[in-house]
Design a binder for this molecule. Structure first.
Ligand code: EPZ
Length: 416
């Protein structure tokens, strides 16, 4: 993508359905037999297409009508996930729980790491074993099976892993008896999964103490639910408006899902107003004040907005810090921002960001999805022209980002 920076963004932009909600709730269809799951507000993204293809290889018939998807499950599912699709996307591991619960066995190549860390699934496998699964890993493939049904039980997650929470909630849906999972992830995407499980007949009770109680059922029925707005995409556009000193309304979001970011923006002096399901950013004469940020599991500051926040702080006043406590290595973008004139030094899991007057356009590379987003919003604020390469990472999570940015006045174009 080629970006000519320095233009204050102006106008209104709508948020897409959440990638990280759509991926797990699509996997719920693997709990069905001869029934249909309908999901509204599914975003049009590479990762969504990868999940659709994966479900189709497992025997699901998927019908797409705009942003609504119908998943028709056969009486008998296949239970082997192909390597080429699983290696493309870590979220493929989300088929483990539902397939094991519904078919009694599943073979899944271990998902690879990616540029933000090793990304193991040990917590997923530990929970499934506690529910009675036999698990072997041979030649990089996870072979899981259970005689009869999985058994409901009390499970404690060592870390509130989003993926482990989702896999185990889906596994518990067809298990024998009740499952209680403690120390679960509390991201809004978990509430969305609970709603979709309820719509196919699974009694799910989320407890305020960070636990969930699920009664296993005999057979799930057809259901229809909606994917929640993408809070991370929304924050990306909010930060783009702040960095370009623009006047932008970001619509179709749930403001309470981004409290941590809004609190940090308020602390740094950004000017904005929160309406029902809209955040409106106003131009402000002054640069942002420096702040210190630490990424945490929800409701803390989201790791997925960390690179974009670093871009915004790279042109704030003073010295800001960002500590990444969720992933091992999520600072690859820093060296690319420094090519644009930023002054970011990394020491272990902390980025020290010395604000500079302006960024300069440069040719940079996206190393992963959110790093790419950070470079794009940096290019929008920079003086001159920026080219962001390896946009394939960005298309995984940002629907029509070029069109959306042009609709609020950005000068961007895709070049082959
Ligand atoms: C989900 O990944 C998201 N992906 C990630 O978004 C997000 O960054 C992450 O949650 C944290 O919010 C999807 O929802 C598809 P985790 P997930 O399990 O489930 C360690 C994006 O940009 N861990 O909460 O993989 C793990 O290594 C993506 O949209 C284990 O050690 O996140 C990591 O350090 C990037 N063992 C930490 O926990 C396990 O069994 C958080 O992982 C599982 C996780």
């Amino acid at each position: 993508m080629k970006i000519r920076g320095g233009i204050p963004l102006k106008g209104t932009i709508k948020t897409q359905g959440a990638k990280n909600a759509a991926l797990p709730v699509m996997a719920v269809c693997l709990l069905l037999r001869g029934e249909t799951l309908t999901l509204d507000n599914v975003p049009d993204l590479y990762d969504i297409n990868t999940m659709k293809e994966l479900l189709e290889t497992l025997g699901i018939d998927v019908e797409v009508t705009g942003s609504t998807m119908d998943f028709h499950a056969p009486e008998e599912l296949k239970w082997e996930a192909p390597d080429n699709l699983v290696r493309k996307m870590r979220a493929s591991s989300l088929v483990l729980g539902p397939l094991l619960a519904n078919c009694g066995k599943v073979s899944l190549p271990l998902p690879g790491g990616c540029s933000i860390g090793s990304r193991p699934i040990d917590l997923h496998l530990k929970g499934l074993k506690q529910m009675g699964a036999e698990i072997e890993i041979q030649n990089g493939v996870v072979h899981a099976s259970v005689k009869g049904k999985l058994r409901g039980r009390r499970i404690y997650l060592d870390f509130p892993s989003v993926g482990a929470t989702e896999n185990l909630m889906m596994a518990a849906s067809l298990a024998q008896g009740e499952t209680i999972i403690e120390n679960i992830a509390r991201e809004p995407e978990i509430d969305n999964l609970a709603a979709v499980l309820r719509c196919v007949g699974v009694p799910v009770e989320l407890e305020g103490t960070g636990g969930v109680r699920i009664q296993g059922i005999e057979k799930a029925h057809s259901g229809h639910e909606r994917v929640i707005p993408d809070r991370i995409e929304a924050c990306t556009y909010i930060l783009a408006a702040v960095m370009t000193n623009g006047h932008v309304k970001v619509e179709d979001l749930v403001p309470s899902h981004i409290d941590a970011i809004l609190a940090k923006l308020e602390e740094s002096g950004a000017k904005f107003a929160v309406h029902q399901n809209t955040v409106e950013i106003f131009p402000s004469k002054k640069k942002l004040h420096p702040v210190s940020v630490k990424t945490m599991p929800y409701p803390g500051f989201p790791t997925d907005s960390q690179p974009q926040m670093a871009a915004a702080l790279s042109i704030a006043r003073g010295v800001s810090t960002i500590e990444e406590s969720v992933f091992q290595a999520r600072f690859l973008y820093a060296q690319e921002l420094n090519r644009m004139g930023a002054d970011i030094q990394i020491s272990r899991d902390v980025a020290i960001i010395r604000g500079v007057e302006k960024l300069q356009g440069a040719s940079v590379k996206a190393s992963d999805l959110r790093a790419g987003a950070a470079l794009i919003i940096a290019g929008l604020a920079a003086e001159g022209e920026t080219t962001v390469d390896d946009m394939v990472h960005v298309w995984r999570g940002y629907e029509a980002i070029d069109k959306k940015l042009r609709s609020i006045g950005a000068d961007v174009e895709l070049v082959s």
